[in-house]
Design a binder for this molecule. Structure first.
Ligand code: ZN
Ligand code: ZN
Ligand code: ZN
Ligand code: ZN
Length: 300
């Protein structure tokens, strides 16, 4: 679940919070539910139920909004073009392109890109197929900005109905978090990262899988300017890696880079008011994009 707040009062919810029996909208308790009913829940209950329940309905709505934003942003570039997947034009669903494709290549409908990714995962398995959710099938470059965000919602709405322990569902949460970060929707990205981490804790997944999710949480904290929290998480990840993999392991090195990077960020922000830092800056932190089950790239 990424809807982790009460629909009536916005208080944080437990994973087993009570909800409307028909549309699955979730509440802190029965008092909140009664309050929501008084404020007109019945008028939207049926629509949400027909939309697959609270979580699915919310994801579909956010997906449509994200597609509209992506199409609008790409409009000047895509005018008069056709989708390379379905060969239709952009008159019904507008086209997008946000990768390294040039010339007449790479224009597509978000829904076609999403279907292509879903089919790739079905055909060749998650390890090899998952990359289609965030890389172009033509130029093999990572999608960015609004297209990454729309595909993040597409991915989440595709897999959210699966059991919580299902790998594609877990990785869809990562994908959605990455997409929200790509358009600087930082608070939303944070709530997805936190929801994912608390779910993994509850499911009791192996520690190494938790570390990947923690690393992503730290990057999100860092982008939000919450350096202290980013530092704390990156420190925990680093020492856990040393314990599990040893000091000379590649993943430990990445964790060390991220830990050092957040330290540097904090030092820089303190020095900003005094004098410019004289030491060379470290590169950006290593971000986790690949599914937890597949080998990962160094960084973005
Ligand atoms: Zn409430
Ligand atoms: Zn309802
Ligand atoms: Zn298409
Ligand atoms: Zn491309």
């Amino acid at each position: 679940m990424i809807l982790t707040n009460c629909a009536a009062c916005a208080a944080p919810l437990a994973h087993d919070a009570p909800g409307c029996a028909r549309c699955l909208t979730r509440y802190l308790d029965r008092t909140c539910q009664m309050d929501h009913i008084r404020r007109g829940h019945e008028q939207i209950c049926d629509e949400i139920r027909r939309g697959g329940g609270g979580e699915q309905y919310h994801a579909e709505k956010k997906y449509k909004e994200a597609v509209a934003v992506a199409v609008e942003k790409c409009a000047a570039d895509t005018a008069g073009q056709t989708c390379y997947i379905c060969l239709e034009d952009g008159s019904e669903e507008g086209l997008v392109r946000m990768c390294a494709c040039r010339g007449a290549a790479g224009f597509a409908h978000i829904s076609c890109l999403a279907r292509q990714a879903e089919v790739a995962v079905e055909r060749v398995g998650q390890g090899r197929g998952w990359g289609r959710w965030y890389t172009c099938g033509l130029c093999e470059q990572v999608y960015h900005g609004v297209v990454e965000c729309a595909l993040g919602w597409a991915c989440w709405k595709t897999y959210l109905g699966r059991p919580e322990t299902d790998d594609p569902r877990l990785d869809a949460m990562t994908q959605l978090g990455n997409g929200l970060l790509a358009v600087n929707r930082l608070e939303e990205a944070l709530s997805v990262r936190e929801a994912q981490l608390s779910m993994l804790r509850r499911l009791g997944v192996p520690e190494k899988e938790m570390l990947v999710s923690m690393g992503n949480l730290a990057i999100t904290y860092s982008k939000l300017g919450r350096g202290g929290e980013a530092l704390r998480v990156n420190r925990d990840v680093y020492f856990a890696r040393v314990r599990l993999d040893g000091e000379e392991n590649e993943m430990t090195m990445h964790a060390a880079t991220n830990y050092a990077w957040t330290l540097q960020e904090i030092v820089s922000s303190i020095c900003k008011t005094r004098e410019p830092p004289s030491a060379p800056r470290l590169s950006v932190p290593c971000e986790t994009r690949e599914p937890r089950s597949a080998p990962r790239r160094d960084s973005v």
